[in-house]
Design a protein around this ligand. Sequence first.
Ligand code: HEC
Length: 141
Amino acid sequence: MRLIVAGLAALAITTTALASGNPAAERQALMKNVGAATKAGAAMAKGEVDFDAVTAQLVLRTMNNAGLAFGYMFPEGSETGEKTEAKPEIWSDRVGFDKLVNKFVADTSATVTDLDSFKAAFGAATENCGTCHKAYRVKTN
Ligand code: HEC
């Protein structure tokens, strides 16, 4: 468990270091963090690893932090580059995109105390992935 916590903390630090004026790379780094958090959270939700309140909260916090910053990482001019998978609809339908970003932030803001509350929060949080990817991310696989 400590390894997962250390890993997530390291990822968070990497993201900060990446704040380098390259929004496409920054948003991809944020989503990589979200992917890592989701992997750690899924293992706990499925009972593959024991519930740990600190890790559980860190999983949600990592997603929430990413969500809070994500909306700012699509300025005009960042529609291409870094092999971005961002769909043009992010720029042509910013209201719709922002709505999903805000929903993701809201759905990742829970405080969890036990496995049941974590499962509920994690389930709600991860429903957002596919919804947003379908509408605003180019499917590459
Ligand atoms: C509000 C929209 C939105 C939500 C919610 C969202 N994503 Fe994403 N995600 C994107 C977009 C847009 C990209 C493509 C970014 C780019 O390539 O510039 C992306 C890319 C990714 C990537 C690839 C990162 C890389 O470049 O290596 C992963 C992994 C990922 N998302 C995982 C997740 C998971 C897991 C969740 C749910 C817990 C999630 N995302 C929720 C919009 C979203």
